[in-house]
Design a protein around this ligand. Structure first.
Ligand code: PMP
Length: 399
């Protein structure tokens, strides 16, 4: 028998070597108690959360929780069915209505996760003979959507408008083309030049999909994302999003103005062949989305937090993923995986949780400590975070 696990030996070895240095396994942390959007108990210690993507702090919003509890009582624990059979309950529709209003778009379709939304829309929209042109640093769910479909995949250099244009010009003029972009790239926290990219895409006759997972509720006048902030939302054919970040629940979606959009409910396999989200999740989500429509004070505070953390880390001498804060993600670049894991652990021992990110999730083989801020972090908490970074950075010898 050939052991099919043998292909994973290099990863098993890398993990063994890392754990042998005595560091805590960064990929098996348990939140023993969660006290608020910004504080949890990990390894018996009260810990500030700075790596949860809980941008607007909606996980503990009273109305969001109350709506979920009520739906539990009224609709039960689960749907036990696909959206196209018995799995569409009142609040699945209510969420889709709220999304249409939130984005000012004609159509909205809810998936069980954001991962499935990308998987479904990309693999279904781009078929045999079509082309998908995508940023090389795209999220795994986008790459997996490409792998699941039959289109030809054409990557281009991260955020490089000229490279995108060149690729587009080489493709047959009459072929179907889907350009896939992200508003905020979650590894470095940088935003895309969507305005320019959409202009060259449209000039080449391509349809455009933008994943706004990390900008919803925060970037743009109405929190519609980077495409809104850059004034090009009306030219985007598909916006993909998730409830697992600003909305504070779980689920994914696509919104669009295309008149034939509704046919996707019949042909998109990751929508059809899986159970619909529980009614409690939908009730919480609709409440959260509607509250995010009026979240401008929280948005302003989140920007303040982002600027304060970015400026503070830079002043301490850390190397950061962007020159200026462009989103609520601040990436701290580590010299290598070993130092990164040591720093991650030192921060945890100082009561601070961040994400340790490493290849293949990260670009250019980088090890990153990814910080994602929350609108519920107070200014004092951000100062406290900086003090903890200083202590840990000095102890590990990074600053
Ligand atoms: N797109 C991007 C850009 C993401 O970062 C993520 C999650 N990290 C997803 C999609 C998937 O979202 P979900 O957690 O809802 O599956």
């Amino acid at each position: 028998m050939t052991d099919l696990f043998s292909k994973f030996d290099p990863i098993i070895e890398q993990r063994r070597a890392l754990l042998e240095t005595g560091v805590t396994d960064p990929f098996s942390l348990v939140m023993e108690e969660v006290k608020s959007p910004t504080v949890a108990v990990c390894n018996g210690r009260e810990t500030i959360l700075l790596g949860t993507y809980n941008y607007m702090g909606m996980t503990f919003d009273d109305d969001v929780i109350a709506a979920g509890k009520q739906a539990f009582d009224e609709f039960g624990a689960g749907t036990t069915g696909s959206r196209v059979l018995n799995g569409t309950f009142r609040d699945h529709r209510a969420v889709e209505e709220a999304l249409k209003e939130f984005y000012g778009m004609e159509h909205a379709m809810v998936f069980s996760t954001g991962y499935q939304a990308n998987l479904g829309i990309i693999s279904t929209m781009a078929g045999k003979g079509d082309y998908i042109i995508l940023d090389i640093d795209s999220h795994a769910s986008i790459w997996d959507g490409c792998a699941m479909g039959n289109a030809e995949v054409v990557p281009f250099k991260h955020n490089d408008v000229e490279a995108l244009e060149k690729r587009l010009k080489r493709l047959p003029a009459d072929a179907g083309k889907l350009v896939v972009l992200e508003g905020v790239y979650s590894m470095l926290g940088d935003i895309a030049p969507l305005k320019e990219m959409i202009a060259v895409s449209k000039a080449a006759g391509a349809m455009v999909l933008v994943d706004e997972a990390h900008s919803m509720g925060f970037i743009g006048e109405h929190g519609r994302g980077v495409a809104e902030a850059q004034g090009v939302l009306d030219q985007v054919d598909f916006v993909i999003g998730t409830f697992s970040k600003s909305v504070g629940t779980v689920g994914g979606f696509c919104v669009s103005n295309h008149p034939k959009f509704e046919v996707l409910r019949l042909v998109c396999r990751p929508y059809v062949f899986t159970a619909a989200l529980p009614p409690s999740v939908m009730a919480s989500s609709v409440t959260s989305i509607r509250k995010l429509m009026h979240g401008s004070n929280k948005r302003a505070h989140l920007w303040e937090n982002s600027r304060r953390l970015h400026g503070g880390l830079r002043a301490l001498g850390f190397q950061l993923g962007t020159e200026e804060p462009q989103s609520a993600i601040i990436a701290v670049i580590m010299p290598d995986l070993e130092k990164g894991a040591m720093m991650w652990e030192a921060l945890l021992e100082n009561g601070l949780y961040v994400n340790l990110a490493r290849p293949p999730a990260t670009p250019a083989g980088m090890t990153l400590l990814r910080c994602s801020l929350c609108a519920e972090h107070s200014a004092e908490q951000v100062e406290d975070i900086l003090a903890r970074f200083e202590r840990a950075g000095k102890a590990v010898g990074i600053i």
